[in-house]
Design a protein around this ligand. Structure first.
Ligand SMILES: Nc1ncnc2c1ncn2[C@@H]1O[C@H](COP(=O)(O)OP(=O)(O)OP(=O)(O)O)[C@@H](O)[C@H]1O
Ligand SMILES: [Zn+2]
Length: 660
């Protein structure tokens, strides 16, 4: 509780700070309204001298105009020319023709409208900022035998911290002692706690990204009922949560396509209005009316045509949409990604780790051609332990754990052959481990009967790797990675919400691809693809004008993702690379979030559309209404500001979006 308080003090929004704190803008608007009303009343009481009411109006001007003027000046400095400026001009114009009352009303309603607008927009960004407030301020550093509470900024890499039950974890790191179930919802949006256990071997830690997620913990997540010891693997500034917050804050500055179009529209619309308004000022030269009448009309039209609601209609929806996604553990990087997500018709998935569990198990390890089995297994272990391909890691693990083979480190010069396998040196001979293609290229013969066996295994969905040593096939490995339980229902869901094509792209054999596809219900499965083929396959869809997303781990699939309309990375919590490269990052590896974000994006798009129509409709109605004198300044301002707030409230509905 104390921490939170502390944070409030330092972190509040300074945009519109002032003597009354956060709400100064609103209070000023209210004061402006009070003085306007007093002016209005005093102008009508017989005993008050006219200047008393004038003083009230002037005070209404001061309070109503203060922030508007500040904002206008700020924008003009940046070379932007916006509505605030037009409003100031209109108010000055009103004063000039001695319509102080209407000028005061204008500034009062304008400032009220805008402070409410800011308040509402804050509500959206607050749910983003709340993310940043998740990380605790201090950590319990284990220092020999005793514990010391230190600020998180002072933690260094490889420090050991103690996490008490039911407290927040203070650093990204690996569990080295204890096991507990951890509420990671703050990062992944997953409400069910995840079990974490201590890593067995801390002597030779792999990179943070390569660690098994069941040992990894994140800053800001909440420990369950038991004590943990965590080795710090990231400095506070680099913690996943810090990156997230930074990323989402940058997102607000990236404009969506609709926003850019609206900006373009404003670029020619505003000058036209200005010319029209200036022309209207001189109307008394042509038709029979007073200068005052002409100016009054010009000011009303100016107010009526300020595209205020239009300007806010898209950003408000984009921010609300992104905020909603963020608290469900999905990072959407900007308005463009949001709008693209909403227009998808096709989704391509990587196989391993995306549609499948990504935990391949070694099913068969068969020595061929009379090669000694023990020797064969050792050889495979020695070579594969040098590779960090997921298949290699699975094979290594199972050979050690299940087959009790020991690593004798007799292999050297291991090299990966992209999308095919590995090559290494062993006892003075070349050894190849990889797919059939690799064996063919290296001139290693596979007997007919073995090929039949391979075909059979592949049809069951097993990935086959052959081992060639000294130009001879000496063994066969088969590995099985089962589809995620959530894959079939998620694909079904996606189809239901209208995604027409669901495609799998994989480096694995076509038979394996087909087998998985049949199990989970894809429209198409493309196998035998090298990484560059995946990029090409995506490119073909994009060239046909199809909006396609590529879903993958964000690391191996980064090029294909970059080539797609939207790149979606899964399990991004553990991988900075994935977080950086993707347009959309699912922090957890739950593909079931996909229908939700797509639904949310579509909703955002439709809200943007509603907002655009509403705001343009109002302007289209108000301009003639003021032009022909049906609406005076007061009515014009009221409708104008009313529509602005309506548009923002409409956008805020996204904060409560749920896929039904
Ligand atoms: N280290 C390795 N050891 C043995 N075989 C390998 C290795 N790396 C790749 N291969 C072989 O190359 C094939 C293609 O590998 P690639 O990395 O392109 O695809 P993948 O990651 O297994 O599958 P996906 O494309 O679905 O993610 C694998 O199916 C395997 O047969
Ligand atoms: Zn406005």
């Amino acid at each position: 509780m104390e921490h939170q308080h502390d944070h409030e003090k330092h972190n509040h929004n300074h945009d519109h700070g002032g003597i009354f704190g956060k709400r100064t803008e609103l209070y000023f608007a209210i004061l402006s309204g009070v003085f306007f009303l007093m002016g209005l009343i005093l102008a009508r009481v017989p005993w008050a001298t006219p200047w008393v009411s004038l003083v009230c109006y002037i005070l209404a001007y001061v309070f109503g105009g203060y922030f508007t003027l500040l904002e206008a000046i700020g924008k003009i400095r940046k070379g932007e020319f916006e509505i605030d400026f037009l409003m100031i001009v209109a108010a000055i114009g009103a004063a000039y023709i001695d319509r102080w009352g209407e000028g005061a009303l204008l500034l009062f309603l304008f400032s009220l409208g805008h402070s409410l607008e800011h308040y509402a927009m804050n509500k959206a960004s607050k749910s983003i900022k709340a993310l940043g407030e998740l990380s605790p301020k201090t950590a319990l550093l284990k220092n020999g035998g005793d514990l010391k509470e230190i600020p998180v900024e002072e933690l260094r890499l490889n420090d050991i911290i103690v996490v008490k039950p039911n407290t927040k974890i203070a650093a990204d790191g690996v569990v080295v002692k204890g096991s507990s179930s951890i509420d990671q919802s703050s990062i992944t949006g997953e409400s069910i706690p995840v079990d974490k256990t201590a890593i067995h071997d801390i002597s030779d830690l792999p990179q943070f990204e390569k660690l098994d997620p069941s040992h990894v913990v994140f800053t800001g997540t909440i420990n369950g009922d038991s004590m943990l010891e965590v080795q710090v693997l990231k400095l506070n500034a680099d913690a996943t949560i810090s990156r997230l917050v930074k990323m989402i804050n940058e997102v607000e500055t990236k404009k969506s396509p609709t926003q850019l179009t609206t900006k373009k529209f404003e670029k020619w619309f505003v000058p036209i209005v200005v010319v029209l308004v200036i022309g209207l000022c001189f109307l008394h030269l042509i038709i029979d009316e007073t200068v005052q009448d002409s100016l009054y009309r010009a000011i009303s039209v100016l107010v009526a045509s300020s595209p205020c609601a239009l300007a806010i209609s898209t950003p408000s929806a984009v921010i609300s949409g992104i905020a909603r996604a963020a608290n469900k553990g999905v990072i959407i990087k900007g308005g463009r990604a949001l709008e693209d997500l909403g227009s998808l018709t096709t989704i391509a998935f990587d196989k391993t780790g995306t549609l499948t569990e990504g935990k391949p198990r070694l099913i068969n390890a068969i020595a061929l051609n009379g090669y000694d089995k023990k020797e064969f297994l050792e050889l495979v272990l020695d070579v594969e332990s040098l590779s960090d391909h997921p298949l290699a890691r699975a094979i290594t693990k199972d050979l050690k754990d299940e087959y009790k083979v020991e690593n004798s480190n007799r292999s050297s010069n291991m090299e990966a052959i992209q999308g095919k396998g590995v090559v290494g040196q062993y006892n003075g001979g070349h050894i190849y481990i990889g797919n059939g293609q690799l064996m063919k290229e290296k001139g290693i013969q596979i007997l007919e009967e073995i090929q039949d066996q391979i075909d059979q295994l592949q049809k069951e969905g097993q990935t086959i790797m052959l081992v060639g040593y000294k130009q001879r096939a000496i063994g066969l490995l088969s590995v099985m990675d089962v589809p995620r339980k959530s894959a079939a229902p998620t694909l079904e869901r996606l189809r239901k919400i209208g995604i027409k094509q669901l495609i799998m792209l994989t480096g694995d054999h076509q038979n394996v691809a087909d087998s998985i596809a049949a199990q989970i219900g894809l429209t198409e499965a493309k196998g035998n693809l090298l990484p560059e083929d995946k990029v090409k396959a995506i490119g073909e869809y994009v060239n046909k004008g199809i909006k396609i997303a590529m879903v993958g781990d964000g690391v191996n699939d980064a090029p294909a993702m970059a080539n797609s309309t939207v790149g979606i990375a899964m399990g991004a919590a553990g991988s900075d690379v994935a977080l950086e490269t993707a347009d959309v990052a699912l922090m957890s590896d739950r593909i079931e979030s996909l229908p939700f974000v797509i639904g949310l994006s579509r909703k955002s798009k439709s809200i943007i559309k509603q907002n655009l129509w509403a705001s343009m409709g109002i302007v289209a109605f108000l301009i003639p209404a003021t032009l022909f004198g049906f609406a005076n300044i007061g009515v014009a301002v009221a409708i104008h500001e009313g529509s602005t707030i309506l548009v923002v409230i409409n956008a805020l509905r996204l904060l409560r979006y749920n896929l039904d």
